[in-house]
Design a protein around this ligand. Structure first.
Ligand SMILES: [Zn+2]
Length: 168
């Protein structure tokens, strides 16, 4: 599958790693980068990336989004409503939350022994990260994370986000 040129792509300041992870959960290309100089920033902007950073150093050009909150969950909320991101742009289970790689579909029988028996028995669609080899399947944790965020896209903004990183 090739990337759709119309899809939003993000460069996220290394200080906002949790925001980058959440964007990957939502299926977006969200590389975490240490922004070093203006040339680098301008090059990303020319390539059509949306830059997310809290550093005032990069203030100014369009294409740079600056969350104001100190709280990661609130930062994500700002990004979703401020960019904005629509629910139809969201593609759960498309990208590795750790590596930002696109997941690759793999045959059912190849995961035998790698997942709990009930997961193997009840799922046929498995995907793997080509870099870290982590397996993803419908009904796995990531998909539930997206469901919990759904209220944010509807515009209600009432849904409470918990970062469940510690549970993984
Ligand atoms: Zn990975």
């Amino acid at each position: 599958m090739s990337e759709d040129a119309s899809e939003k792509r993000f460069i996220v300041d290394i200080m906002l790693g949790k925001v980058a992870k959440w964007l990957r959960v939502l299926g977006f290309d969200a590389a975490c980068v240490r922004l070093a100089d203006r040339e680098q920033v301008d090059a990303y902007l020319r390539q059509g990336y949306i830059l997310i950073t809290r550093s005032q150093k990069w203030r100014g050009p369009p294409g740079i989004f600056q969350p104001t909150s100190n709280d990661p969950a609130e930062q994500l909320r700002e990004v979703i409503s401020g960019i904005p991101i629509q629910y139809h742009e969201v593609h759960p289970l498309r990208r590795c939350i750790l590596c930002n790689e696109r997941l690759q579909r793999i045959p059912h029988n190849q995961v035998f022994g790698e997942v709990p028996d009930y997961v193997f028995e009840t799922n046929t669609l498995f995907q793997r990260c080509p870099r870290c080899r982590k397996l993803y399947w419908p009904g796995s944790h990531q998909q539930h994370m997206v469901e919990r965020l759904r209220g944010l896209f509807a515009g209600s903004g009432l849904e409470i986000i918990h970062d469940e990183e510690g549970e993984r």
